[in-house]
Design a protein around this ligand. Structure first.
Ligand SMILES: [Zn+2]
Ligand SMILES: [Zn+2]
Length: 386
C-alpha cells in the first residue's frame, strides 16, 4: 500500500510540470524575444477624472477597485511603488511585453508633481531584466521650462549637462519624459510650452549623441499658428489661447544634432488635429534621427467635445487605418510603441483612460514581421536593450 502511494507522489508533479510546459511553450515562442514598451508611468495618486499621456480626457471616474486619488506624493511609501511594479509586470505578461521602460512625467517648477525616477527606481529591481527606466522628467524638464531661452548662461548649461550625464550613470536608458508642448487638459494638469529648439534642448541633444541615449519627447504637433481647440479651452483656462507652430523648432533640433535620436511619443493621440500621417511621413523622410512611438488610447472623442479624436491609428474595430499602415511599412525601422499608461498599485484602479492593451492589440493586427520590428527590434536598437 505505502509503495503504491509513493509512486503517485513522485509521478504526479512531473506530469503536471510537463502539461504546464506544453501549455505555455508555444505562446512564448510566438512572441520571439518579447515586445518592448518604451513609455509607461507609475501613479500612486490620480489627477481628476480623465487623462492619459500625462493628461486628461472626458472620461469619468472608472469603476472597479479603489480609485487612485489626487494628492501630495508625500504620503507614498516605497511599498506602493513595489506594488505598482508588480502590477505592471502582471499587465505585460498577457500582452507579450517582455520589457517596459518606466519614466517620470514631464514636470515644471513648483508643480508638486509625482517626482523623479529616484522615487520608483528601487521597485524596478523586483523584476530584473523586465523593467527599466528613463530619467529627466523632473531633473531636466523643470530646468528647461524654468529658464527662458535668453537667460541660459554658461553656468546653467554646465550644470544641466552634468545632471544629464549623472542620470545616465545612474542607469537611465534615455532622457524623459521631456515636453515641448504639453497641454493642460484639466484644472490640475500642467501646461508646458517651450520651443523644441530651446538652447537646453539643443544641449540635451548633444548629450544624447555623446552618450548614445535617446530623448523621449512629448509634443502636440502644431504646423501653423492655431487657436486652442474650444473643448480644451472649456476644460481648463491654463493654456495659451493661441498655439504657435513648433514643427519648425523640432526640425531645427533634429538638424542641430543628427547623432541624437529623438523618440516622439504619443503618435496617434492628437489633441489639436495636425498630427497627420502626411506630416509624419515628411518628417521621418527628412530626419533620419527621428523615431515615432505609437499610442492607442481608449478615449474616442476630443477633450471637452463630441468630435472624434483626429488622426487616431485605429478604426472603431481596433484595426490599423490604411494610411498609417502604409506609412509604417514605408519606414518600418522608425516606429515603436509607447503605451503611456499610468499603472497604480495592486487593488487601485487608475482613473486615466486605459491605453496599454489597446496599443498592443493594434500591434497584433500588423503583419508579423512588421509587428516584430515595431514591437521589439527598433526599440531594442534605440534603447540598447538587447
Ligand atoms: Zn506624455
Ligand atoms: Zn507619458
Amino acid at each position: 500500500m505505502s509503495g503504491k502511494r509513493a509512486w503517485w507522489v513522485h509521478v504526479v508533479p512531473w506530469v503536471l510540470a510537463v502539461l504546464c510546459l506544453a501549455a505555455s511553450g508555444p505562446a512564448k515562442a510566438d512572441k520571439g524575444k518579447g515586445f518592448i514598451d518604451t513609455h509607461m508611468h507609475f501613479m500612486l495618486q490620480a489627477g481628476p477624472s480623465g487623462g492619459g499621456a500625462g493628461s486628461s480626457g472626458p472620461m469619468g471616474p472608472r469603476s472597479g477597485g479603489r480609485d487612485a486619488r489626487s494628492g501630495p506624493k508625500q504620503g507614498a511609501s516605497s511599498g506602493d511603488y513595489d506594488s505598482a511594479a508588480d502590477q505592471l509586470a502582471a499587465m505585460m505578461d498577457p500582452l507579450g511585453v517582455a520589457k517596459a521602460i518606466v519614466l517620470p512625467p514631464p514636470q515644471i517648477p513648483n508643480q508638486n508633481g509625482p517626482g523623479g525616477y529616484s522615487s520608483f527606481k528601487k521597485a524596478l529591481d523586483r523584476h530584473p531584466g523586465r523593467l527599466f527606466f528613463m530619467a529627466g522628467g523632473l531633473e531636466l524638464n523643470t530646468v528647461i521650462h524654468g529658464t527662458p531661452p535668453d537667460r541660459v548662461t554658461g553656468g546653467i548649461k554646465a550644470d544641466f549637462e552634468k545632471t544629464a550625464l549623472a542620470l545616465i550613470q545612474q542607469g537611465a536608458l534615455g532622457f524623459g519624459e521631456m515636453a515641448a508642448l504639453h497641454l493642460s487638459l484639466n484644472p490640475e494638469h500642467p501646461n508646458e510650452n517651450v520651443s523644441p529648439d530651446h538652447p537646453l534642448f539643443l544641449l540635451l541633444a548633444d548629450v544624447a549623441a555623446k552618450t548614445n541615449r535617446p530623448i523621449d519627447l512629448h509634443m502636440e504637433a502644431v504646423t501653423t499658428p492655431t487657436p486652442l481647440p474650444a473643448g480644451i479651452a472649456r476644460a481648463t483656462g491654463r493654456n495659451q489661447t493661441r498655439l504657435t507652430a513648433n514643427i519648425p523648432g523640432l526640425e531645427r533640433l533634429l538638424v542641430h544634432q543628427r547623432g541624437a535620436k529623438v523618440v516622439w511619443q504619443h503618435i496617434g493621440w492628437d489633441n489639436i488635429g495636425q498630427m497627420t500621417p502626411d506630416l509624419m511621413r515628411r518628417l521621418v523622410r527628412t530626419h533620419p534621427n527621428l523615431y515615432l512611438a505609437f499610442r492607442v488610447e481608449e478615449r474616442l472623442r476630443v477633450v471637452g467635445g463630441d468630435d472624434r479624436m483626429p488622426n487616431r491609428l485605429v478604426d472603431p474595430a481596433g484595426r490599423i487605418r490604411p494610411e498609417w499602415l502604409s506609412l509604417i511599412q514605408e519606414y518600418s525601422d522608425r516606429f515603436m510603441v509607447g503605451s503611456d499608461e499610468f499603472v497604480c498599485p495592486v487593488g487601485i484602479r487608475s482613473r486615466y483612460p486605459e491605453s496599454m492593451s489597446k496599443t498592443w492589440a493594434m500591434v497584433q493586427t500588423l503583419p508579423p514581421d512588421l509587428a516584430e520590428k515595431v514591437g521589439h527590434t527598433n526599440a531594442a536598437q534605440v534603447y540598447r536593450l538587447d
